[in-house]
Design a protein around this ligand. Sequence first.
Ligand code: PEP
Ligand code: MN
Length: 337
Amino acid sequence: MIIVLKPNAPAVERDRIITNLEKRGYKIDVSRGDQSTILGIVGDTSVLNPHDLMVNDWIEKVMRVQEPFKRANRAFHPEDSVVDVAGVPIGGRTIQVMAGPCSVETKEQVTGIAKSVKMAGAHLLRGGAFKPRTSPYSFQGLGAPGLDLLKEAKAETGLPIVTEIMSEDMIDRFVEDVDMIQVGARNMQNFSLLKALGRTRKPILLKRGLAATVQEWLMSAEYIMAEGNPNVVLCERGIRTFENYTRNTLDLSAVLAVKKLSHLPVIVDPSHAAGLWWMVPQLAKAAVAAGADGLLIEVHNDPEAALCDGAQSLKPERFAELMGELKGIARIIGRDL
Ligand code: PEP
Ligand code: MN
């Protein structure tokens, strides 16, 4: 349920309404817009009668929120949220690009790629240290030493790091060493991991599950936000369909659906969606045109020798070219890159 206050409602009245509801066991999210303040009520609101609330003259209207996600709901927060990742704002006017290898392999590899994507204009470095592989016999990532190599690449380039977490026992280490924690598609409904990440204040990159609906995806964001962490960025990375020419099917309509239903930023990962490097540039441009707030793109200096996802990785030169092309699209739609 949300309460919309009248435009010039005094702060004491707002606070009085909040205190009364908190005494009844509700949690209140306050969203202050240019025009009015919105109070989002979280809890079992079925027992609240809107007419009882409306006796306060400073309340403009009371509305029930139909969707099961509340804190992620645009009704609770009509303006777009901006998530700050070590000084890089995701969700604002600038389209933010995170780029780097699927997996961290060696110091030379990750630092070299970090330097080239930084030169091309990328804003964040991505790279997996813990890899969720379909086969237990495939390369599983370097693990914790991979985090050290990412830190070295950050020290050399200044690029904040985004990397995937696979289990709760690594949270302290990630909070210490990483700027944005990625929850991969396979863990989108690992609810105990989501809750534990909700108890941190780290920016979380929440990928869409392999076959998750938009609502299931937003409910996963809600798990993180319900524990108190509002810093969630969603990532569309393709979903499983009957089509198998591509690795997954990029669902650009999900970007529009999320923008309508939620205030959270949403970025697109065309690399895992397509699985084919030559599709990545065009899909990236389409994603920006569709309103994505950023992109996640896999880049490798030697895709043929990559230990993971070489087939979908752009070489640094092609990535640099793409950044120029994306600037043109951003300009046309009134955004920066
Ligand atoms: C990745 O980003 O390397 C990854 C494993 O992605 P996803 O979880 O989307 O498959
Ligand atoms: Mn990958």
